[in-house]
Design a protein around this ligand. Structure first.
Ligand SMILES: C[S@@+](CC[C@H](N)C(=O)[O-])C[C@H]1O[C@@H](n2cnc3c(N)ncnc32)[C@H](O)[C@@H]1O
Length: 481
């Protein structure tokens, strides 16, 4: 399949216009900072997004960082044209979207952050080489790259479903009709699979994963012609050959063995090599996807450090959906995977309470702890522990969102344009939030000039419904402070 055949598939069925939270420079930068690297400040940096589709991700970053410069490149021209129009409507002038083919010698300049989300596993091995070479060539000396990819062993099981879809649907059917057939085939095979069988368990698990997935996503994930999941250690070796060193994954909960279930942590405890530890974790956890951060080979060797200078650069926040219960001697809080984490320290519990009240906005870590004091550094270390346990977020830039409903609610212009175009809105946490019909009509009016009564009158809906909806938007971090 040539690059232009490939582009056609993305021109025919546009990839969903979504953002990917772990690609944010403030997220990548925080992990790299904890691993002893110097990350460019997220409000003054140069960012390249390779395989950016219609550029929603790179453009949402650009909208929030007017002093930074952004470039998005994709081989599918229709997405780039849609993206340019969206940028024009939203008045975003610090992003450049280009039609470009990774198989050519792209020359785009030098970047502090390079993002390639959803590209590496979905192109041919030859193009995977080109992708990593393009990253290595464009990365500034202290730069950081983010590459996501499907992994084995998890994908060995998912492949059961992909093969079912590929072989038991009509290859001549139009793309979205084929996805409809695939969903029906999956239902039929679950109904036919023996109760208690391994096959049934796998199929049901995938059915649950796909229940909330959009049809275009399923098409590009399961019907893409080139699909090459990889073992983590093979990816690291490939990156190394391209002149890139593995730093850590951008999602914290997979990084440290100590935050895994005790039997898993014990099983990998004897392994010294970082790559071997991560590969062993993938076998224990049946990992199917990774979000890997890379730096140029020859930069400082990444090593986990909780040095005060590193901590001083971080902002800490507690996402609003973490249930927090204060106890006599500490607190109980849910982490990102919904597991309960117990904190047996009253001071750390009081930090959690403070962050919960400010949530979803962040607080500079130095506002919570005195890093010049040994006790303060221990508390800082405890907060880093809660980050790697998936409880807290750490970022190199602040997060600011309303925690209560303002009298005249306001969202960024980009969100108003996204709503008008029928797209999901990027929230202050850099997540995509789907809007319902009322939301699509309400959002374009949220420019900070109207109160609830005026908004309700203008869209012809009851005021209590509009107010309820706005409170939901506050909860999901869509409203500006
Ligand atoms: C699965 S999509 C991911 C899109 C986007 N990064 C995201 O995650 O939302 C893969 C993207 O890579 C692009 N792509 C594939 N081959 C390419 C090539 N040779 N050069 C440039 N872009 C390519 C596709 O057009 C498509 O937009």
């Amino acid at each position: 399949m040539t690059a232009s055949d490939h582009a056609l598939r993305y021109d025919d069925v546009p990839y969903p216009a979504l953002v990917h939270p772990a690609t944010h420079p403030r997220v990548i930068g925080a992990m790299a900072t904890l691993f002893g690297l110097d990350a460019a400040p997220p409000d003054r940096c140069r960012v390249l997004d390779l395989g950016c589709a219609s550029g929603t991700n790179v453009m949402s970053l650009a909208a929030d960082a007017p002093e930074s410069r952004f470039v998005g490149v994709d081989v599918a021209a229709s997405g780039i044209l849609r993206g340019r129009e969206r940028a024009r409507l939203a008045g975003i002038d610090n992003v450049r979207l280009e039609v470009g083919d990774l198989s050519a010698d792209l020359d785009l300049g030098e970047f502090d952050y390079i993002i390639a989300h959803g590209v590496y596993s979905w192109v041919s091995p030859a193009l995977q080489d080109r992708l990593l070479a393009t990253i290595a060539r464009h990365l500034a000396p202290g730069g950081l790259a983010y590459v996501s990819y499907n992994t084995y062993p998890g994908w060995h099981l998912v492949d059961l479903v992909r093969q079912l879809f590929l072989r038991q649907t009509d290859p001549e059917a139009p793309p979205l009709e084929r996805v409809r057939q695939a969903r029906a085939v999956l239902d039929a095979h679950i109904a036919g699979a023996a109760e208690g069988s391994m096959q049934r368990a796998i199929l049901i698990h995938e059915q649950q994963m796909l229940a909330t997935a959009s049809d275009p996503y399923i098409f590009h994930e399961h019907f893409v012609a080139e699909h090459h999941p990889t073992y983590f250690e093979d990816f690291v070796a490939h990156a190394d050959a391209a002149g890139l060193t593995y730093v850590a994954d951008a999602r914290p909960n997979h990084v440290l063995p100590g935050t895994q279930p005790p039997n898993v942590a014990a099983a990998v405890a004897g392994l010294k090599d970082r790559v071997a530890v991560q590969q062993a974790l993938d076998h224990h956890l049946n990992t199917r996807f990774r979000w890997s951060i890379l730096c140029p080979k020859g930069a400082a060797r990444p090593d986990l450090t909780v040095a005060p200078e590193a901590l001083a650069r971080l902002h800490v926040s507690l996402p609003r959906n973490r249930e927090l219960t204060l106890l006599e001697d500490g607190a109980e809080v849910h982490n990102a995977m919904g597991r309960r984490v117990t904190v047996r320290d009253r001071v750390v519990a009081s930090f959690l309470e403070h962050l919960y009240e400010r949530s979803p906005s962040s607080v500079p870590l130095v506002d919570l702890v005195d890093l010049s004091d040994p006790g303060g550094r221990v508390l800082g270390g405890a907060l880093v522990g809660l980050f790697f346990s998936g409880v807290l977020s750490l970022t190199t830039g602040p997060i600011a969102a309303a925690s209560t409903l303002p009298e005249r609610p306001r969202v960024p212009l980009l969100n108003r344009v996204q709503a008008q175009l029928g797209e999901a809105a990027t929230n202050r946490l850099f997540e995509s939030q789907l809007l319902d019909d009322v939301g699509h009509r309400l959002f374009p009016l949220l420019d900070g000039t109207r109160d609830v009564a005026a908004l309700a009158a203008e869209i012809g809906e009851p005021a209590d419904l509009v107010e309820g909806l706005l409170r939901v938007y506050v909860d999901v971090a869509l409203i500006l402070p």
